[in-house]
Design a protein around this ligand. Structure first.
Ligand SMILES: Nc1ncnc2c1ncn2[C@@H]1O[C@H](COP(=O)(O)OP(=O)(O)OP(=O)(O)O)[C@@H](O)[C@H]1O
Ligand SMILES: [Mg+2]
Length: 255
C-alpha cells in the first residue's frame, strides 16, 4: 500500500482504518477510508471545510461509533462497524482546537490530574512529571498560572503537555492552531515539530500548509468524506495526482 512506502519495512502500524464509514441520519460523512499510520510517522490531513476530517479523527480516536469497516490500534481492535468503540484513554492523546483546560486548576494541576486519577501515579511524582512536561513545551514560568492568565498558544501547549502526561502512543490533533493568532500558532507548531522529531506518531488535521509540507512525512487529502490522495508530503504538494487536490492547493496556497 502507498501508505507504507515511507516507513522502513517492518515498522509497526499504530493505527489502521479499513473501509471506515460514518454517517449521520443516513447521510455518509466519511466513506470507505483506508488509512495506516506507522509508528513514528507524522501524517497531516488536509481538506476543505465539511470534508469529514474531524469526524474521521473522532472515529479513529474511538469517540464515535462507525457504520462500516473497522479501526485497529496497536494490532488490536478499536472499533468495529455497529459496535461500541473500545476506549484507549490516554494511550491515544487528543488535542482539539479548543483547549478545554480546567479553568479552576493551574497549568501543573491540569497536567498532573489524569496521571493521578487514571494511571494511579503518586501526586508528587505526577507533579514533577508535569513540571518537566511544561518545561518541554516551553512554559517553565507558567506552572502555577491558571488558564485565564495564559495566552491561547500557552493554553494549547498546556493541553499538549496534559495529553503527553498520559504517555500516549499516538497523538491526534484536530486543527490545534485554528483558534490562535499567527504568533501563537508558531509556538504550538514548534512544539508539535519537536514531538514529531522525537519520534511520536502523529495524525494532525491542519490548515497550516507550511507545517504539513515541512514537518509531515505524509499528507492525506480528504474531500467529500473520502481520501482522495495519500502520499509523501513533497509529492502531494508538488505533484498532486488528482484535480481535486490541485484545486484545493491552488486555492489555499494561491492567496
Ligand atoms: N454530530 C453531527 N451530526 C450531524 N452531522 C454532522 C455531525 N458532525 C458533523 N456533521 C456533518 O458532517 C460533515 C463533515 O463534518 P466535519 O466536521 O467532519 O468536517 P471537517 O472536514 O472537519 O470540516 P472543518 O474543516 O470545517 O472542520 C459536515 O457536513 C457536518 O455538517
Ligand atoms: Mg473539523
Amino acid at each position: 500500500m502507498n501508505d507504507l512506502k515511507l516507513a522502513p519495512p517492518g515498522t509497526p502500524i499504530v493505527l489502521e482504518a479499513r473501509g471506515l464509514g460514518r454517517s449521520y441520519h443516513g447521510k455518509a460523512v466519511v466513506s470507505d477510508v483506508d488509512l495506516a499510520v506507522p509508528a513514528g510517522q507524522t501524517v497531516a490531513v488536509l481538506g476543505p471545510s465539511g470534508a469529514g476530517k474531524s469526524t474521521m479523527l473522532r472515529c479513529l480516536a474511538g469517540l464515535e461509533p462507525i457504520q462500516t469497516g473497522s479501526v485497529g490500534f496497536q494490532g488490536g481492535p478499536l472499533s468495529e462497524a455497529g459496535g461500541r468503540p473500545r476506549s484507549f484513554h490516554g494511550r491515544i492523546g487528543m488535542v482539539f482546537q479548543q483547549f478545554n483546560l480546567f479553568p479552576h486548576l493551574t497549568a501543573v494541576q491540569n497536567v498532573a490530574l489524569a496521571p493521578v486519577r487514571v494511571r494511579g501515579v503518586a501526586k508528587e511524582q505526577a507533579r514533577s512529571e508535569a513540571v518537566a512536561l511544561l518545561d518541554r513545551v516551553g512554559l517553565p514560568e507558567h506552572r502555577d498560572h491558571y488558564p485565564f492568565e495564559m495566552s491561547g498558544g500557552q493554553q494549547q501547549r498546556v493541553a499538549i503537555a496534559r495529553a503527553l502526561a498520559m504517555r500516549p502512543e499516538l497523538m491526534l490533533f484536530d486543527e490545534p492552531t485554528s483558534a490562535l493568532d499567527p504568533e501563537f500558532t508558531r509556538e504550538v507548531l514548534a512544539v508539535m515539530r519537536d514531538l514529531a522529531e522525537d519520534g511520536m506518531t502523529i495524525l494532525v488535521v491542519t490548515h497550516e500548509m507550511e507545517f504539513a509540507r515541512r514537518s509531515a512525512d505524509r499528507v492525506v487529502f480528504m474531500a467529500e468524506g473520502r481520501i482522495v490522495e495519500d502520499g509523501p508530503a513533497a509529492t502531494v504538494f508538488e505533484q498532486p495526482r488528482h484535480e481535486r487536490t490541485r484545486q484545493f492547493l491552488a486555492q489555499v496556497l494561491g492567496e
